[in-house]
Design a protein around this ligand. Structure first.
Ligand code: SF4
Length: 229
């Protein structure tokens, strides 16, 4: 058999294996998360702790939002959380306080976490952007590109088992997709070798209470994965 034939046979076998896995796991995108996670955990973080990282990045000037922010909003929670929640960007309250999810949406997020028996202190909460876009406008692509390395470093330090993206913007940014929220929910993805799921941003729930039911389904699924880890 020629080298080319061997390659084609290998591709065919791999394809068959993937299809078998999809049959077994249905809608849940499969992946060898444990293996990927182990590889991820072997990667050295640039900083030894979140505190050290904070001291080094709190004066970040990489994008224009540095000149309009009141406070840099790093993130808050447990440094060895199993679950990291990732929102889009700080809003007005967060910008003033320097903490993520402290306004009305943040209070709702606390209730959602409590409903699945988690306290805020047990998880880690951050945003893709560490500085507030003026008037809460959507982050632009270049700002997210500049800021995403900060989140990636945080993930290397925390080494969570699960990431929950809160809202379309953070999900599309992490998963490099343009899929809608409806398409994104209900599946398990992999970001940096970490199981990653998507649900609505709590601010969307405040605007549209009908989203509470699907969000409840999403967070119950997250809790199940959390317990399985
Ligand atoms: S948004 Fe991110 S990249 Fe831009 S200045 Fe703030 S911390 Fe730096």
């Amino acid at each position: 058999m020629t080298d080319n034939n061997k390659k084609l046979e290998l591709i065919e076998l791999t394809k068959r294996y993937i299809l078998q896995q999809k049959d077994i796991y249905g809608d849940v995108l499969w992946g060898n998360f444990n293996l990927e996670n182990k590889i991820n955990k072997r990667k050295n973080a640039k900083y030894s702790s979140l505190e050290e990282m904070y001291d080094n990045v709190k004066d970040c000037q990489k994008c224009g939002l540095a000149s309009t922010r009141t406070k840099f909003v790093f993130g808050k929670g447990s440094g060895d959380a199993k679950l990291v929640l990732v929102g889009e960007a700080p809003g007005r309250d967060e910008d003033l306080k320097g903490e993520p999810f402290v306004g009305r949406a943040g209070q709702l997020l606390t209730k959602i976490l409590n409903a699945i028996n988690l306290k805020r202190e047990e998880v880690y909460i951050a945003n893709v952007l560490k500085c507030r876009p003026p008037n809460n406008r959507d982050p632009v692509e270049s700002e997210m590109e500049m800021c995403l390395p900060h989140l990636n470093e945080q993930l290397k330090i925390i080494k969570p088992e699960i990431i929950l993206c809160l809202g379309r913007v953070s999900a599309q940014c992490l998963l490099k997709t343009k899929m809608s929220m409806k398409e994104l929910r209900g599946k398990v993805y992999s970001y940096q070798g970490i199981k990653t799921l998507v649900t609505y941003h709590p601010a969307a729930l405040l605007r549209n209470p009908q989203l509470k039911k699907p969000t409840w389904e999403d967070v119950q699924f997250v809790r199940k994965l959390y317990d399985d880890e």
